[in-house]
Design a protein around this ligand. Structure first.
Ligand SMILES: Nc1ncnc2c1ncn2[C@@H]1O[C@H](COP(=O)(O)OP(=O)(O)O)[C@@H](O)[C@H]1O
Ligand SMILES: O=COP(=O)(O)O
Ligand SMILES: [Mg+2]
Length: 558
């Protein structure tokens, strides 16, 4: 009999009413905003009442450089949360919401997999509680107000050639990357070049993920720089009086979403994925709320540790005053084989030599995470295609490298497959070894921050950028933005900017082709190599296999 698919397992879940899930964290029913029987948002007042409580222990789940399918960070985050509860700990899971882009594109959903999933998986992977639609609308309202202002009297003297604020849509659509707006004559406004990014890459998404409450959200929205006047001075969203309406659109989206795992572990699902073109972490408000309500919080950061974990440390932790007490680096035999030079099509066959060679990628991530002063453990996410020889090779490498590695079976067995690692993670988190610090100080120059990430994390010989980019960085420093952290937008498949160079390459530089100031979110985005902020669909999009069956049930979501 074929193994059950993710969606079949999710559909068989024995869910508790969301009020009972909330009650396990001591959240009263009246402080929930229910969305059906199995989803709810937390009220802003309840969250504000938690701020003086002590925080529990924070565990970050990251990974080696992944295959395009992903190596099981979300699956391990969910499994570890279940595993911690199985050994008697008060644990909560904090993961990001899913984007429709990868859902209907290549990667699939973001609810985990197998017997380590968040439910209701279909709703979470589709419209969920509407947060992404709210973010898209708020972003595009600002865009519409910019063009409207220019169309009428342009009292702010916005230079139509220097509007930096684009539009967004939560879909992979390469056709929208570069567009000309307002064609069709004067009644349609002033034509100008622009384009669409995927909603996850919106600064509004980043602001929602970093804001601490609605007042902070509106302040940050008002700080958004939408473009420049002819005299090169910046125009902010508040100059257009857009921040109030944007905040109204985002009022509900700002509240974290509470759901549950297949084993009824509380799960806060909030904020956007994609740590390649965004910072890709669960929202600060959700993580902090969970920490005030739990002894252990397990959260994730997107893609490999060179992207998600780096941004979790240098952006989210720095800004929110957080610090992980332990870090789990997820490794899989298939990802290590790929990093050992095996082509994607050949990852199914045993290849111990390639696994061992690919461990150089794991080694670099271990060294990198330790640079932040946090203890590390390796979680080998077992796949049925793994052979004993390959698994032994990874464990032997980790022993020789001086790091604990545990083979976990949570995908196949849920919490029963990961309690061993849960015990070890507790010991690590309680061991007091944490001595966290970001990898660069606030007062370092913006270019040097990018160069530091490139050299220390990617092991590059540095960043290369043309004078236009360097001059833009200097201008932002002179305008008072020097202290901001940087958000490197780069391929997730390599430490380099070349997605075909897996493993642990050396002798390369990181080309920064464009920089963007997210003055509201409070970071500078460095767009490296050919990375796109609006992905395209693959040759055979997953959408072709997604449909309703005769009973109206969804098929093809994974
Ligand atoms: N141990 C496993 N065996 C088989 N499939 C797995 C396993 N772990 C994860 N998966 C599947 O791999 C894909 C990526 O898992 P996910 O947790 O989303 O990875 P990430 O969060 O690192 O991108 C999902 O479709 C998931 O169901
Ligand atoms: O930001 C990307 O998230 P995943 O690595 O979970 O796909
Ligand atoms: Mg994931």
């Amino acid at each position: 009999m074929a193994p059950k698919t993710d969606i079949e397992i999710a559909r068989d879940a024995q869910k508790l009413p969301i009020g009972e899930v909330a009650a396990t964290l001591g959240i009263p029913w009246e402080d929930l905003i229910p969305y059906g029987h199995d989803k709810a948002k937390l009220s802003a007042d309840y969250i504000a009442g938690l701020k003086d409580r002590p925080r529990g222990k924070l565990i970050l789940v990251t990974a080696v450089n992944p295959t395009p399918a992903g190596e099981g960070k979300t699956t391990t985050t969910v499994g570890l949360g279940d595993g911690l509860r199985a050994i008697g700990k008060k644990a909560t899971v904090c993961i990001r919401e899913a984007s429709l882009g990868p859902c209907f594109g290549l990667k699939g959903g973001a609810a985990g997999g197998g017997h380590a999933q968040v439910v209701p998986m279909e709703e979470m992977n589709l419209h969920f509680t509407g947060d992404f639609h709210a973010i898209t609308s708020a972003h595009n309202l600002l865009a519409a107000m910019i063009d409207n202002h220019i169309h009428w009297d342009n009292a702010l003297d916005i230079d139509p050639r220097r509007v930096t604020w684009r539009r967004v849509m939560d879909m992979n659509d390469r056709a929208l990357r570069q567009v000309v707006t307002s064609l069709g004559g004067p009644a349609n406004g002033t034509p100008r070049e622009s384009g669409f990014d995927i909603t996850v890459a919106s600064e509004v998404m980043a602001i929602l993920c970093l804001a601490t409450d609605l007042a902070d959200l509106q302040r940050r929205l008002g700080d958004i720089i939408i473009g420049y006047r002819r005299d090169r001075t910046p125009v902010h969203a508040r100059d257009l009086q857009a921040d109030g309406a944007m905040t109204v659109l985002l009022q509900q989206a700002m509240q974290p979403n509470l759901v549950q795992t297949l084993e009824n572990t509380p799960a806060f699902v909030h904020g956007g994925p994609f740590a390649n073109i965004a910072h890709g972490c669960n929202s600060v408000i959700a993580t902090d709320t969970a920490l005030r309500l739990s002894d252990y919080v397990v959260t994730e950061a997107g893609f490999g540790a060179d992207l998600g974990a780096e941004k979790f440390m240098n952006i989210k932790c720095r800004k929110a005053g957080l610090a992980p007490d332990a870090v789990v680096i997820v490794a899989t035999v298939r990802a290590l084989k790929m990093n050992g030079g095996v082509a994607k099509a050949d990852l199914g066959g045993e290849n111990v030599a390639a696994v061992t060679s690919g461990c150089a990628n794991l080694a670099r991530h271990i060294e990198n995470v330790k640079k932040f002063g946090v203890p590390v453990i390796v979680g080998i996410n077992h796949f049925v295609t793994d052979t004993e020889a390959e698994l032994s090779a990874v464990q032997a490498f980790c022993r020789q490298f001086g790091v604990e590695a545990v083979v976990n079976h949570h995908w196949a067995r849920g919490s029963a497959g990961i309690t061993g690692m849960a015990e070890k993670v507790v010991a690590l988190a309680e061991g007091g070894a944490r001595n966290f610090s970001p990898i660069y100080p606030d007062d370092m120059s913006l270019f040097d921050k990018m160069d530091t990430v490139a050299r220390e994390i990617y092991r590059a010989d540095g960043v290369v950028a043309d004078e236009r980019v360097r001059a833009q960085l200097r201008a932002w420093e002179e305008a008072g933005h020097r202290s901001l952290p940087v958000c490197m937008a780069k391929t997730p498949y390599s430490f380099t900017a070349d997605p075909t160079r897996g493993g642990a390459p050396t002798g390369f530089t990181i080309p920064v082709r464009e920089v963007r100031l997210s003055a509201g979110a409070g970071f500078v985005v460095a767009i490296c190599g050919d990375i796109m902020t609006m992905p395209g669909l693959p040759r055979q999009p997953a959408a072709e296999r997604i449909r309703l069956d005769a009973d109206g049930n969804i098929e093809g979501l994974f």
